[in-house]
Design a protein around this ligand. Structure first.
Ligand SMILES: [Zn+2]
Length: 132
């Protein structure tokens, strides 16, 4: 008998970028940094990381080097922000929570970069860890 790993399909708004992440995520956090705000146009960004080897792509995002060695992936058609990764570390890929077809399956563990969080997020989620 074989154990099937859960599969987490996802993609961008228009469907031009599609992926399937298999197994359980390495972790997931809410990011309150300014670069993620610019990347997404949203006040906070939530990412879940999967091992790169656990991800299969039907079509990959176009990557932009937002800072040296750090790449953010966007759909070349609709512009959805899909991924974040380190160029020198292919052990994991961060996926934006909203790109998963069923994002309700995941629960973030921490709020990060709270020192740069917007005032409206002060005191949010007091039951999980916060880091400046
Ligand atoms: Zn798209």
């Amino acid at each position: 008998m074989t154990t099937k790993h859960p599969e987490h399909p996802g993609g961008c708004l228009c469907g031009a970028v599609r992926f399937v992440a298999s197994g359980e995520p390495i972790g997931g956090n809410h990011f309150h940094c300014g670069m993620c705000r610019k990347d997404s146009g949203s006040g906070v960004s939530t990412f879940f990381a999967f091992p790169a080897h656990a991800v299969t792509w039907d079509s990959k995002p176009h990557e932009y080097e937002s800072s040296p060695g750090k790449y953010r992936g966007f759909c070349p058609i609709c512009g959805s922000s899909v991924t974040w990764r380190k160029g020198d570390d292919d052990s994991f890929i961060d996926f934006r929570l909203g790109t998963f077809d069923d994002p309700s399956r995941f629960k973030a563990q921490k709020h990060l970069w709270m020192s740069t969080a917007l005032p409206s997020f002060a005191g949010i989620d007091p039951d999980i860890e916060h880091f400046d």
